[in-house]
Write a protein that binds this ligand. Structure first.
Ligand SMILES: *Cc1c(COP(=O)(O)O)cnc(C)c1O
Length: 348
């Protein structure tokens, strides 16, 4: 193995591990605040208005987490005992602990996809018009970029086709845009064009943008009161939340333009692993998926060597780049991961 001297752990488990920078902490310390349950926190309001405008929506609502943003966005369009269609690897079905079913009685029906991206024709074949004997479809859900799909990006044309399909059946369309910022950075498609395909949308400030917490749900016209009531029911209404919104605002103002660096770093890691002989999916954004015969064992061994990556399944590793890792960190990490992957052939 190459001689490696790792001064600090290189954490590539997720883009959620970033810590607020000194200037972000200063913005947080200086935030004007008020009681947001009275609608009186100016920093929260400013963030909500800014994010809504960027996506061409009339209103947005700040919530503690992306899961809550997805839940409220979907709940505004689908009721108990009603059906939502999404891909089988969607975050809402794989990683939200059954929340749509448990809290809202929503039935999800899923279809397989390639890298998480739905094919409009396959989707069209799934939609059911309801009657007395048949559960009708109420909404569709898409995820962009797709987490389990390895940061895969929808072509905007496909999203427009899915929206046209939703319109033709009178269905809602929710966009899980936790990493929509990465899609925008990778394609150059304006945020407004992503906003235009969705009735509701969830965006996360604490992934690649690097805020310590917070997401927003983008709201259809006339639904703000209902959305705020749902947030309160879920226990997600906060008070002087401007402390958090200030970090999110700082992230939006300073960390959006740099996301392409994370994509370059992901491509660097993928290229290095591939040239060492690993089986790697081509990264489209900041997520690299790598095959391994025993992913948990590889992740554990890398951890012991100072490089943290995720076992994303028994045979799949996930490596995520973000603003707290440099190109040099990524080169070092790629050396460590490839040495661990390759040292015992039955692992690689
Ligand atoms: C992270 C993530 C979310 C939201 O997760 P929280 O941990 O609740 O912020 C939603 N969707 C996708 C695709 C995600 O990656």
């Amino acid at each position: 193995m190459a001689t490696l001297s790792i001064q600090h752990p290189i954490d590539l488990r997720s883009d959620t591990v970033t810590k607020p920078s000194q200037p972000m902490r200063e913005a947080i310390a200086a935030a004007q605040v008020g009681d947001d349950q009275y609608g009186e926190d100016p920093t929260v309001r400013r963030l909500e208005e800014d994010v809504a405008a960027r996506f061409g929506f009339g209103d947005a609502m700040f919530v503690p987490t992306g899961i809550m943003a997805n839940h409220i966005g979907i709940r505004l369009q689908v009721g108990p005992g009603e059906e939502l269609i999404c891909d089988a690897d969607a975050h809402i079905v794989a990683h939200e602990n059954g929340g749509l079913a448990a809290h809202a009685g929503i039935q999800t029906r899923t279809l397989p996809s390639v890298r998480g991206l739905l094919d409009p024709a396959g989707l069209a074949a799934m939609i059911r018009v309801g009657d007395r004997y048949t559960v009708g479809t109420r909404a569709l859900e898409v995820e962009n970029t797709h987490n389990r799909g390895g940061g895969a990006v929808y072509p905007i044309e496909t999203l427009r086709e899915i929206r046209a399909l939703a319109d033709s059946f009178g269905l809602g369309l929710h966009l899980d845009g936790a990493r929509i910022w990465n899609a925008h950075a990778a394609t150059g498609v304006p945020l407004r064009e992503y906003g235009a395909i969705a009735h509701t949308m969830a965006v996360c400030m604490s992934k690649g943008l690097g805020a310590p917490a917070g997401s927003l749900v983008l709201l259809p016209p006339g639904r703000s009161e209902q959305a705020r009531s749902l947030r309160r029911r879920l226990g997600g209404s906060m008070r002087q939340a401007g402390i958090l919104a200030a970090g999110a605002q700082y992230a939006l103002d300073h960390n959006l333009e740099r996301l392409s660096q994370d994509h370059e770093n992901a491509a660097r890691i993928a290229a290095a692993l591939r040239s060492a002989g690993a089986s790697v999916r081509d990264p489209e954004t900041n997520i690299v998926l790598v095959d391994a015969d025993d992913a948990p064992a590889v992740a554990k061994e890398c951890f012991a060597k100072g490089v943290r990556i995720s076992a994303f399944g028994p045979k799949l590793l996930r490596i995520v780049t973000h603003l707290d890792v440099s190109a040099q960190d990524c080169d070092t990490a790629a050396d460590v991961v490839s040495s661990v992957l390759m040292q015992s052939p039955e692992r690689g």
